[in-house]
Design a protein around this ligand. Structure first.
Ligand SMILES: Cc1cc2nc3c(=O)[nH]c(=O)nc-3n(C[C@H](O)[C@H](O)[C@H](O)COP(=O)(O)OP(=O)(O)OC[C@H]3O[C@@H](n4cnc5c(N)ncnc54)[C@H](O)[C@@H]3O)c2cc1C
Length: 527
């Protein structure tokens, strides 16, 4: 049930308070309230997703960046890329960042999760042991154009009964055949991969996205769908920002959030995401004492790893000029055409807006001239590490976000070599007559570095600022069961707990973590 103030809560206190209704928090709120005897208060800083057209229409995703549904953070100047500051988008709305993201569905490789199991000393995080959670999350559905998908994915590795809809593209793209042809011609270096979500993801294949019937499937439309959000034991409080978590009378036990008089009788679960989770912790006195002391924040629990290990994927969006007008720039530049395709989506649920923006950029504003093939190169498992820190004791002020992008020379090497590989791929015969000009004439390492410095951005996939480590380790923020080290009543369930990247986009890994976390919480409380 959606409530507008805490005063609407009648049966206090609730069993659990969940902070943040994004990928992690929505899963926890849903799974814990499957048992009608368990009550949950889910608090979200942003507003409702109901009726927001740009959120629902996959192809309009770029209109959400820097909108009212974005926290609109900015990074600190990044030394390695000419001291540029970078836009940091995070969803400020029910569904969190799953309501504004690009919807690409990738899990990462089996080795990524097996590495998590090693790093945390907990076999429960291995690829094999997480399979049931992958299935609980995923509902693979036919694409909206009902084209024949045989040979475009491997049904044996997918879940068909989960909650978040996933589908292949629902509108043909001008580069589809050229791309598949190129994997045939250059199969040694660019092999066709039937399904990148099998646990082995090298190669080129068809994109899968969190879309059902041509509409975004976010954690709000899935885990908080009407049949769930109407549960009498689930209280959803939007438009409410949590400033701090408060200690109860019993020292070392955290079961209150600032704003409430009566806290949670069992646990508070923080799911505010990689940027805001450490922010809330530090303002609550949980962090590096030296840093907290310098800001005059009351120190409660010394945990120096809070806010450290910030890991982000650098990306360069390489725009190749093409000999075609059938790309998204044509729509983005023409308001009448944009209105037409939006109407087609609203009337029939069809057309070019049923897929995430790709092949060109439906960017806002569109480039004045030219049509482009955007061939992005990113470091999916970067080695640079940054920090989230505070520069004020005011919890309403945004934290300092320093990715330290390219502080590791390895990451830069990867982006340079990846760009060189895009050139090889686009030299296949299937692209003849299509490519008109490269994004840059740079060829040497030095020239490419300058191109990277001017064009690198982030994938908006920050992770790792409240990382898991083995039970008893003197580093890390949470144990492998996601409880904060040394404290009672507090768990973290979001992308901040990743000890390292799965080499993937990040929503699915968060869903997987949260599905397992819900079981861990149920086990603890036998509910
Ligand atoms: C532009 C963009 C494109 C992306 N594209 C993809 C993609 O294609 N595929 C993919 O897999 N991933 C993508 N991602 C990333 C993915 O969506 C996130 O990694 C994922 O949603 C993170 O989940 P989370 O639970 O950690 O945090 P979030 O989903 O961000 O949820 C955190 C929630 O907590 C709320 N919150 C924060 N602070 C407070 C507070 N103090 N009080 C109350 N509530 C608070 C926030 O408003 C938010 O709702 C993209 C992200 C962006 C920004």
């Amino acid at each position: 049930v959606v409530i507008s103030t805490l005063g609407d809560l009648v049966d206090q206190p609730v069993d659990f308070i969940v902070v943040g209704a994004g990928a992690g928090g929505s899963v926890i709120a849903n799974r814990l309230t499957e048992n009608l005897d368990v009550s949950v208060l889910l608090i979200e800083a942003g507003g409702s997703n109901e009726g927001v057209l740009d959120v629902a229409v996959p192809g309009l995703e770029s209109f959400l960046i820097n909108s009212a549904w974005d926290w609109n953070f900015t990074s600190t100047p990044q030394n390695a890329i000419n001291n540029r500051t970078l836009t940091v988008s995070r969803g400020f709305i029910l569904g969190g960042t799953t309501s504004i993201n690009q919807m690409v569905y990738t899990r990462g490789s089996s080795e990524d999760y097996d590495r998590w199991a090693n790093l945390t000393d907990d076999e429960g995080w291995s690829w094999d042991n997480l399979q049931k959670y992958i299935r609980k999350n995923e509902r693979f559905t036919p694409p909206v154009d009902h084209h024949n998908t045989t040979g475009q994915f491997d049904p044996s590795v997918h879940g068909f009964d989960g909650i978040v809809s996933v589908s292949l593209q629902g509108f043909p793209n001008g580069i589809d055949n050229r791309t598949i042809e190129a994997t045939r011609e250059l199969s040694a270096e660019f092999p066709y991969n039937l399904d990148m979500n099998s646990g082995f993801q090298l190669g080129i294949g068809w994109v899968q996205a969190t879309i059902g019937d041509g509409t975004r499937s976010s954690s709000a439309t899935s885990y908080l769908a009407p049949s769930f959000i109407s549960r009498p034991n689930l209280h959803v409080l939007p438009n409410t920002r949590v400033l701090r978590i408060l200690e109860t009378e019993q020292s070392g036990s955290f079961r209150m959030v600032e704003l409430t008089q009566d806290g949670a009788s069992k646990e508070v679960i923080i799911s505010a995401g990689t940027i805001m989770t450490p922010h809330i912790l530090m303002h609550s006195g949980i962090g590096d004492f030296e840093e907290l002391e310098s800001l005059g924040i009351k120190m409660i629990h010394h945990l120096p790893s809070v806010g450290k290990n910030l890991t982000e994927q650098p990306i360069v969006r390489n725009k190749w000029l093409v000999n075609s007008t059938a790309t998204l720039e044509t729509i983005a530049r023409n308001d009448t055409l944009l209105a037409e395709v939006t109407e087609e989506w609203e009337r029939r649920g069809m057309g070019p807006l049923v897929d995430p923006p790709s092949n060109g950029a439906l960017s806002h504003p569109a480039p004045a001239t030219g049509n482009f093939l955007t061939f992005s190169t990113a470091v999916s498992a970067p080695t640079s590490r940054g920090t989230i820190s505070l520069n004020s004791s005011d919890p309403l002020e945004y934290p300092l976000i320093n990715f330290n992008l390219f502080s590791s020379t390895f990451d830069r090497f990867v982006v340079r070599e990846a760009y060189r590989m895009t050139k090889k791929f686009l030299a296949a015969k299937s692209w003849d007559g299509y490519i008109l000009a490269p994004p840059t004439n740079a060829t040497t390492d030095e020239e490419l570095d300058e191109y990277i410095n001017e064009n690198a951005a982030t994938e908006n996939h920050p992770v790792g600022t409240a990382a898991m480590s083995p039970k008893g380790a003197t580093y890390g923020v949470v144990d492998p069961d996601l409880r904060i080290k040394g404290l009672a009543g507090l768990r973290i369930v979001d992308a901040s707990v990743f000890p390292r990247f799965p080499a993937a986009h990040t929503q699915v890994p968060v869903y997987i973590v949260a599905e397992r976390a819900a079981d861990l919480i149920k086990e603890t409380w036998r509910i």
